[in-house]
Design a protein around this ligand. Structure first.
Ligand code: PMP
Length: 438
């Protein structure tokens, strides 16, 4: 497969855009470097690059594109927004409708505020927690990524860990020292941290279902104990559901059937993003009414945004959620993901390639290792070079995966059985090539 135009554009892009990309996770640094692919068009589960190569898309733009590219209902919503003017700097009725939908699906959200990205949503939940508790420290879990704000770019997963920079430069030690990092899926670290600093901790922040060092479920009882221990310390529980909300079912982790006792895992605050904007920029945070009342104009904690709740993002988000409410949507994505994972595993086994797959409904991660992946350390222990090799072989066969061993494969409502068959065949040929050492 030739990607001449992508290579040319990459050369050009590097003269103008730092690193040639507007987000480091789009570069191919973690998979051996070189020119990333420049795309020009997407339709359904496929997209096309500037050299007219076609790919089946499992990146789904790192999550938001759950209905596939250019879904007619979302396109219609965006066109409507464009015709009516894209920004007023005033309140609109659309914002109320999207807030209502989120509240109906996520019972712990009494009040909602829209922002423009997951990063902003997370940042502000921390501000609310600090304002409310009068404490400064945050506990987070190793490998969880919560956006690029100073406060949480400590032992983050996803991009930073892939690039080998767990802490970013430019973050004052005084800020990093307010963040305590403990291992995911293990209560001892959290218990010790709370014993030592509990009276200074404003919040425990967690991806309740992890999407940033593979797809990782919390072990049974983990979230329940986390919530209990956190509350006993007088701190708040913040769920970062930027990836997980509406990904596995219509709702958040709190309402996911894998967790039997909703009340026991109820967070105080939740951060959202990605899917709720239907592919346009958005973030949202919400939670208990008394906590949300800390935010201006009601309370003393400030947060604002020129673009926040803009009609295009909100209408696209409403259209996306409408598609996701159609019966059978998640069951279909799950059935396809299951078949795909079975095919991948059987083929890897056949060729003697160690592969651990973590699947949750229609999303899964592939780890080149022969041990389970339940925490960041185990994810780090998978073979990045093998992943990079697999990534390139799949790319040349027209299958687009996220360029990082930590990221998930996402099914969308647009993927078809034929896509799954084509992908399994491509993986089989790729594993065969890897086994032959080519
Ligand atoms: N939290 C989580 C769990 C995420 O996965 C991400 C993005 N991958 C973010 C926060 C940050 O979101 P954004 O990129 O929209 O700022």
């Amino acid at each position: 497969m030739q990607r001449i135009r992508s290579a040319q554009l990459y050369e050009e892009a590097q003269q103008h855009i730092v690193g040639g990309v507007n987000s480091p996770s789009r570069s191919f640094k973690a998979v051996g470097g070189g020119a990333p692919v420049f795309m020009k068009k997407g339709q359904g589960a496929r997209f096309w690059d500037v050299d007219d190569n076609q790919y089946i898309d499992y990146l789904a733009a790192f999550g938001p594109i759950i209905t596939g590219h250019a879904h007619p209902k979302i396109t219609e919503a965006i066109v409507r927004a464009a015709h009516d003017g894209t920004l007023y700097g005033t309140a609109t009725e659309h914002e109320i409708r999207l807030a209502e939908q989120l509240k109906a699906a996520i019972p712990s959200m009494d009040k909602v505020r829209f922002v423009n990205s997951g990063t902003e949503a997370v940042m502000t939940t921390i501000r609310v927690a600090r304002a409310f508790t009068g404490r400064n420290k945050i506990i987070k879990f190793a490998g969880c990524y919560h956006g690029h704000a100073d406060l949480v770019l400590v032992a983050a997963g996803s991009g930073p860990s892939t690039l080998g920079i767990p802490d970013s430069a430019g973050i004052p030690p005084s800020i990093a020292s307010e963040v305590i990092t403990v291992p995911f899926n293990e209560l001892d670290g959290l218990r010790l941290a709370l014993e030592r600093w509990g009276d200074q901790v404003a919040a425990v922040m967690v991806e309740p279902i992890v999407g940033n060092f593979g797809m990782v479920m919390p072990k049974p009882g983990f979230l329940e104990a986390l919530c209990k221990m956190t509350r006993e310390a007088g701190a708040l529980v913040i769920y970062d559901e930027v990836i997980s909300a509406f990904r596995f079912h219509y709702g958040s982790s709190q309402t996911f059937s894998a967790f039997p006792d909703q009340d026991a895992i109820r967070p105080d605050l939740t951060a959202l993003g990605k899917i709720i904007g239907g592919g346009l920029p958005i973030g949202a945070y919400g939670g208990r009414a008394d906590l949300m009342a800390m935010i201006a104009p009601l309370g003393p904690a400030y947060q604002a945004g020129t673009m926040a709740g803009n009609p295009a993002s909100v209408l696209a988000g409403l259209a996306c959620l409408e598609v996701l409410r159609e019966p059978g949507v998640y069951t279909r994505m799950e059935a396809m993901a299951t078949r795909l994972c079975e095919g991948l595993q059987a083929s890897a086994d056949k060729h003697g390639i160690p592969l651990t797959i973590n699947r949750i409904v229609g999303a899964f991660s592939t780890h080149f290792c022969d041990h389970p992946v339940t925490n960041y350390e185990e994810a780090q222990g998978s073979d990045g070079e093998q992943f990079a090799h697999f990534f390139r072989l799949m790319l040349d066969r027209g299958i687009y995966l996220a360029p990082s061993k930590y990221e998930a494969w996402f099914l969308t409502t647009a993927h078809t059985d034929a896509d799954i068959e084509e992908t399994v065949a491509a993986a089989d040929a790729s594993f065969q090539e890897m086994a032959a050492g080519r």
